[in-house]
Design a protein around this ligand. Structure first.
Ligand SMILES: [Zn+2]
Length: 297
């Protein structure tokens, strides 16, 4: 029986599968307690399936709950919640100011996650943190990975909630205070992206419209990546989880083929940089265990 308890906070259904599937599956397999919180229903995701184009945002959100459930079944994840309850926060959507720059869209629903009151949103998470008592919490970096407003907001809400959850004087009605040991920010595995990009180029895969991406935008400097959970035996689970979101992801598209190329490289894994709390033990290589160096009770 594992004493590890992991909480992951993601913005939309499918983010858990594209970014954390191996992590979720590996710790679920180990018998750890794994909890996923999804902040919105992803109502404003771009629908890829022509037959579903007539879906309203509300209908898409409902449909995506079922997609997420299927993905969780593949990963062996059973503990899941939407932040504040189903549909409490609406997908903000996103716009692009110029190539590669993601910004807040001009029109937003009233309950868009971007407009959430930070304390209210954090308190929903405080209650979850105090009841699940995770030693490790994972979310996005301050830029939300690529700038999606809901990813940025998920970062802010998570960091705030972790602080408040540990404060005894804060909202005792939400449960007994719990100090999270370590907060991690999921990130691109920079070295793997670079290797996979050259393979994609050789194969003539067209990944993005317009100009090529600057290598510096691919992810953090490799020295900042402190943990990499190997994909390894979980490759099939990762693809099955991703494939559970057909409204958003066609795994045969060049970009998702590229995603698969990255995951099949030797040594590939889901990368994390340190956010706050107990640092990782010093090491020349990234650690494979997110809990290393922590006192697990
Ligand atoms: Zn997302």
């Amino acid at each position: 029986m594992s004493h590890k308890r992991l909480l992951l906070v993601h913005a939309h259904p499918d983010d858990e599968s594209s970014q954390s599937a191996a992590t979720i599956a590996r710790y679920a397999d180990e018998g750890a307690q794994v909890t996923l919180v999804t902040c919105t229903l992803g109502e404003r995701g771009e629908i890829l399936v022509p037959e579903w184009n007539h879906y309203s945002e509300k209908e898409l959100g409902e449909h995506r709950i079922a997609e997420l459930q299927q993905a969780m079944d593949h990963m062996g994840l059973t503990d899941h919640m939407f932040l504040g309850g189903v549909g409490h926060y609406h997908d903000t959507g996103m716009d692009r100011a110029e190539y590669g720059t993601v910004i807040v869209p001009p029109d937003m629903p009233d309950n868009a996650f971007w407009n959430a009151d930070l304390l209210e949103a954090a308190n929903f998470l405080v209650e979850i943190i105090r009841s699940r008592r995770p030693q490790v919490v994972s979310t996005y970096n301050p830029f939300g990975g690529y700038g999606h407003p809901d990813h940025v907001q998920a970062h802010r809400v998570t960091m705030y909630a972790v602080i408040l959850a540990g404060a005894r004087s804060h909202a005792p009605e939400l449960g007994e205070a719990w100090s999270v040991d370590r907060v991690l920010w999921g990130t691109h595995n920079t070295g793997m992206w670079k290797q996979a990009l050259s393979i994609a180029k050789e194969r003539g895969l067209k990944l993005w419209d317009g100009e090529e991406r600057d290598e510096d935008t691919l992810g953090p400097k490799e020295e900042y990546i402190e943990a990499v959970v190997p994909i390894g035996e979980y490759y099939d689970v990762c693809r099955a989880a991703l494939g559970s979101h057909p409204s958003q992801v066609n795994i045969e598209d060049p970009f998702w083929e590229f995603h698969g190329i990255i995951q099949q490289l030797p040594g590939a894994g889901e990368a994390y940089v340190f956010g706050s709390g107990v640092p990782f033990p010093a090491s020349d290589e990234p650690h494979e265990d997110l809990f290393i160096g922590l006192n697990l009770d």
